[in-house]
Every structure is written in C-alpha cells, then in structure tokens.
Design a binder for this molecule. Structure first.
Ligand SMILES: [Zn+2]
Length: 248
C-alpha cells in the first residue's frame, strides 16, 4: 500500500514523527480495531482512531442515542437521538475520514457472538460499562491471543490497563478482578463528570495506537488510575495471579 497525495497531507503530522513515518501510517491504515461500546469511552476513542487513519474500525453497541447521553458521548449529536449508536458512529466517522472502513455491529457482545466478532480484529478496545461483558472479552481475547485495552469510569476518576494474559508474565483481566464485584452502579445511577470519560477514552486511543505501532511502554501489567478532583494520576503494577482460574 502506498500513500496517495491526500493521505500524505492528511497524515503529515504523523508521518513527520520519526517513530511513525510513512511505514507506521501504512500500518495504521492496514489495522483492524474493535471498539466495544460507542458511549462515553468509545466516543473519543472512535473519533481519534478514525482521525488517525486506523483502516478498519468495528463498533459493537446495541443501544440507541438518547438525550442524556450527549453530556459525555461526543460522537453523537442532537440530530442523532433515537438512532442506533452504531449508525450514528458510522455517520460521524465517514465525515471525519473517508479512508476508514467502519463496520457497525448493532448487537450486544455475548458468549455466543464474541469469538466470531473478536477473531476479525487485531486489537480490542473495551469501553463497555459492565463486568459480564469484560469477562467475556477477557476469555475470548485470551483464547485468541488478542491484546485488549480496557478502561473504566466512576464519578470523578477512571482507570485503564492493557491485558495480554496470553503472555506468561502478563496478567489477564481476571488476575485483576477475579469475580464479579456485584452491583457497583453505572453512569446512569451514580453520575459522572462527562469530560472524565473524554480523558480515559482518549488515553485508550493513545494506547491502541502505541500497541499498533509498537511505540513506547505497553500498559500490560500496569494500571493507570486518574483522579480528576486532585488532578493526579498514578501507575500501579498489576501482577499475574498464579492462581488465576482463566489464564493459569
Ligand atoms: Zn489471569
């Protein structure tokens, strides 16, 4: 694949980076990323991946855009209320970057469809809002040896890590959260400062691009915790659990 004149112009600020260059940009254009959830995390994530020229972006979400989403889900607009979030995401991505092949999957990820869907992508970015889905993503990503980058939010803080539990020295999501912690509330019940979702979703986009390009230090085995009220973040080590029931 060679870059045409429009692409040389569109991606000029990537190409000028010696760590990316034309070869890195071509790699992004050939990459396939699955985003689970087109909500608070998925919105900035999808926007930045599209702008960066990730060639194929799959978006899975079974929800419709509602008025109360718009306070933080910046992928969607007032005119899209009532549409499937996957349709709204597709409309926006096509406006941002015609290079991107957006694949909309208006379904809920489940134990039945997960393996078939995930197998078609290089990296999975999890922006879902529940533990059941994350456990399914973890199981399938372990089996298929796919890295997945997961972020989660609460009212004024968030956390993010990359899971590569298929490697002998890296934890999986169940090493971190072994069992379903029960009802911990979601945005609808607990509230959230919308821009906090923007911070974490953007960090997810950065980590996806780093993994695709092989740049810098991976977040595998580490967890970044961001606290908006104190304007601080810290990074802790996530060890592999030798007793983990799923990654061994
Ligand atoms: Zn594990």
């Amino acid at each position: 694949m060679t870059l045409n004149d429009d692409q040389l112009d569109r991606y000029a600020r990537h190409i000028i980076l010696k760590q990316v260059g034309g070869a890195g940009q071509q790699k992004l254009l050939a990459s396939r990323v699955l985003v689970i959830g087109a909500g608070g995390l998925g919105s900035p994530l999808i926007l930045y991946l599209a702008a960066a020229g990730v060639g194929t972006i799959g978006v899975i979400d079974d929800d419709v855009v509602s008025l109360s989403n718009l306070q933080r889900q910046i992928l969607h607009t007032t005119g899209q209320i009532g549409k499937m979030k996957t349709d709204s995401a597709g409309d926006m991505v096509r406006q941002i970057n015609p290079d991107v092949n957006i694949i909309d999957i208006p379904e809920r990820l489940s134990g039945i469809n997960a393996e078939k869907i995930i197998s078609e992508y290089d990296i999975i970015a999890d922006g879902c809002d529940n533990f059941d889905t994350r456990f399914i993503v973890n199981d399938v990503c372990l089996k298929l040896k796919k890295p997945f980058i997961s972020a989660a939010l609460s009212q004024f803080d968030g956390q993010i890590s990359t899971f590569k539990g298929f490697l002998s020295d890296k934890p999986c999501y169940r090493c971190f959260i072994p069992d379903h912690p029960g009802d911990v509330g979601n945005c609808a019940e607990a509230g959230i400062l919308g821009a906090v979702a923007g911070v974490l979703g953007t960090m997810q986009a950065v980590e996806v691009l780093k993994e695709l390009l092989g740049l810098g230090d991976s977040l595998a085995g580490k967890l970044v915790i961001y606290d908006a009220l104190s304007a601080t973040s810290r990074t802790i080590i996530l060890p592999k659990d030798p007793g983990c029931p799923v990654c061994k």
